[in-house]
Each structure stands twice: as structure tokens, then as C-alpha cells.
Design a binder for this molecule. Structure first.
Ligand code: SF4
Length: 339
């Protein structure tokens, strides 16, 4: 049986071979891995349901039920409540904006598993296949596109420029083409996260201080300021609904992928598999210490590397977890990652 590579695994090896070994061979993860329970994951699950169900009056209700189920402690947990309110507002706004779609949805959350081939000879790797999952495949104007959902805090020019550098999507396009899907590009479906917060209102002390300050500025020495009361759930929902009725709350960006770029990526994947086989054969896993603080966050394996791979640190901080959690199928728990 061949071992499975995903984009995450390829990228991990490229960034730090040692990290690859710890994650995909030793199968170590921190139990508090930040990848779990991200807000974006909830929206992805909602969109999956949205595009799976028939487009009738029940579709949005089913999505809202799903959101309710995802935040069971919302009445007692302020963070869950805020995320629940935001997720509902996003999906209600999305349903209104895209009641009529500009594309036909052919596949939702399409998983694939494909041979990795030597670009010079066309020979399939004896060791690996590559697997992945795309949010969707759609048809627009007679052409096929990947559909990729994104949640974002803002939509700057930088953000849109970065979509052009999305190696994962380009790679998946290449391999889906191998499997017979003539994909020409990507439709990025961007949903913005409003930064609104439910107003808490003033405490007695805050109101008194504000009133005194305003009175001091008045010639009369008095103030008619009213105490600011907490915003009700209904008022906040209405404010969020207004925000999501704005055109900029949702954005679609269509990007075409060139043949040259896809061919380059194929070569890159092949090269990484060759380097990887060499590292495994020699038992040498380089530590790329310039990657230890990428994205201004410490790598999850930093304490273990710093300890010189002390087994006590490993046992105290890490658990053993399946290698490809982003995949639902058999590849997700492929135990044959070692090669
Ligand atoms: S801490 Fe640094 S050297 Fe160690 S695995 Fe992470 S990136 Fe690699």
C-alpha cells in the first residue's frame, strides 16, 4: 500500500523536514492544537450543507439548526454566544445574497486520491499518492472551477493578491485534472467576519462618570445624558443583519491557473518526494530553525526541539493523532505514512 501525502504534508516537509517527521511519522500533536474548532470550520460545514441540500425554503432553517448544534453552551458562554450570533448573521446574509447562484454546483467537498508522477518519465511513484479535499467543483460559463470558501476579517488588496499565491489550490487543480476534471481556475467565495460586538451598556459608575464629565463641559453645570442600556439580542441581530446586507460583506474572486504554473508545481511535488525518501533512508531530518516562529507564532514542536527531543517532554506535551485530519476518508488515518 502506498503512503498518502496531502498538501499540508508536502508544505510541512518543505518548511521543516524535522517538523514533518514529528507530525507525519511520529504522529505527535499538541492536544490543544489551534486548528481545532476554528470559526472558519463552522462556516465551512454550513456551506457544505447549504450546497448539498435542495434550494428550497427549508435549506436556511437546516443550516441555522446546524449552527445551534455547534454552539450548545451559548447561553452560558459569552464567546460561544458571540460566535453563534456571527455565524447565524453570516449565513442569513449569504442566503439572501446568493439566493440565485452564478454557477452550477457539481460536487461538494470532493475528496480525491491521485498518483504522483515523475514529470520527466510519467512513471507513478511507487511510494506515494497525493490526497486532498476541495470545497466544491462548479460549472460557470461552460467551464469547470474549483470552489474555495474563505472567511476573512477584511478584504484588502493584499488579501486578494495572496489568493494568486494559493499553492494548495493550484496543486489540487493539477491532480484533479489528472483525474479527468478539466478545471480552468478557482472561484474564491469570501465571507467577511463583521467586527461588531454586542454593546454591554454602562455600569452605574460609568454612567455617573460620563454624566459628571458632560455636566462639567456645560455652562449650566448639568447634563441630560441618558444611561446607555445593554443592547438586546434582537437589536444586535438587526445590526448584524444590516452589516451583512452591505455589498462588501461577501466577495467572489475568479482566478485562472496557467499551465506553466501547474507544471512547475508537479515538478516541485516530485522533487520533495525524492528529498523525503533520501532523508528517510539516511535517517536525517533537517531542522529549519528559520521556521520556528513563522506567522509570529511558535511552532507546536518548539519545546520538544529545544529539549533535544527529551522523551519526558514528548510524553507530557503531546498525544499521538492520525496524520491527515483534514480528510474524512481512509487516507485520514493512513497508518502507512512511514516509508
Ligand atoms: S521547532 Fe523549529 S526546528 Fe523544531 S520542528 Fe518546529 S520548525 Fe522545525
Amino acid at each position: 500500500m502506498k503512503s498518502v501525502l496531502t498538501y499540508s504534508a508536502v508544505n510541512c516537509y518543505r518548511n521543516c523536514p524535522r517538523k514533518y517527521k514529528l507530525r507525519y511519522i511520529d504522529l505527535l500533536r499538541r492536544p490543544d492544537s489551534p486548528e481545532a474548532l476554528a470559526f472558519g470550520d463552522v462556516i465551512h460545514v454550513c456551506l457544505k450543507l447549504w450546497y448539498t441540500l435542495p434550494a428550497d425554503a427549508h435549506r436556511l432553517l437546516a443550516v441555522l439548526d446546524l449552527i445551534d448544534a455547534r454552539f450548545p453552551n451559548r447561553s452560558g458562554d459569552p464567546a460561544q454566544k458571540a460566535a453563534w450570533q456571527l455565524a447565524r448573521a453570516i449565513m442569513i446574509g449569504y442566503a439572501a445574497r446568493y439566493a440565485e447562484e452564478e454557477f452550477e454546483v457539481l460536487h461538494v467537498e470532493k475528496e480525491f486520491d491521485c498518483e504522483i508522477r515523475n514529470p520527466d518519465t510519467g512513471r507513478a511513484s511507487q511510494t506515494f499518492t497525493i490526497a486532498g479535499k476541495v470545497d466544491g467543483i462548479v460549472r460557470a460559463g461552460g467551464e469547470l472551477y474549483l470552489l474555495e470558501h474563505k472567511t476573512a476579517s477584511s478584504l484588502s488588496g493584499d488579501y486578494l493578491d495572496k489568493l494568486w499565491c494559493d499553492t494548495q489550490i493550484a496543486l489540487y487543480t493539477f491532480y484533479l485534472r489528472q483525474l479527468g476534471f478539466p478545471i480552468v481556475g478557482v472561484v474564491y467565495n469570501v465571507l467577511l467576519k463583521a467586527r461588531l460586538q454586542q454593546r454591554a451598556g454602562e455600569t452605574d459608575a460609568e454612567y455617573a462618570a460620563r454624566r459628571t464629565a458632560l455636566a462639567a463641559k456645560n455652562k449650566s453645570g448639568k447634563s441630560t445624558a441618558q444611561r446607555q442600556m445593554p443592547e438586546s439580542d434582537e437589536e444586535f441581530a438587526a445590526r448584524l443583519a444590516d452589516w451583512y446586507a452591505r455589498p462588501e460583506a461577501f466577495h467572489r474572486e475568479r482566478i485562472y491557473l496557467s499551465e506553466d504554473r501547474l507544471a512547475m508545481l508537479q515538478e516541485e511535488v516530485w522533487e520533495i518526494t525524492q528529498q523525503y525518501l533520501d532523508a528517510n533512508r539516511r535517517g536525517k531530518w533537517l531542522m529549519n530553525t528559520s521556521n520556528c516562529f513563522s506567522y509570529q507564532r511558535p511552532c507546536e514542536y518548539l519545546p520538544y526541539c529545544q529539549s533535544g527531543f527529551n522523551p519526558n517532554v514528548r510524553d507530557n506535551l503531546f498525544v499521538v493523532a492520525p496524520p491527515h485530519e483534514e480528510l474524512a476518508g481512509a487516507a485520514a488515518a493512513n497508518p502507512d505514512t512511514e516509508f
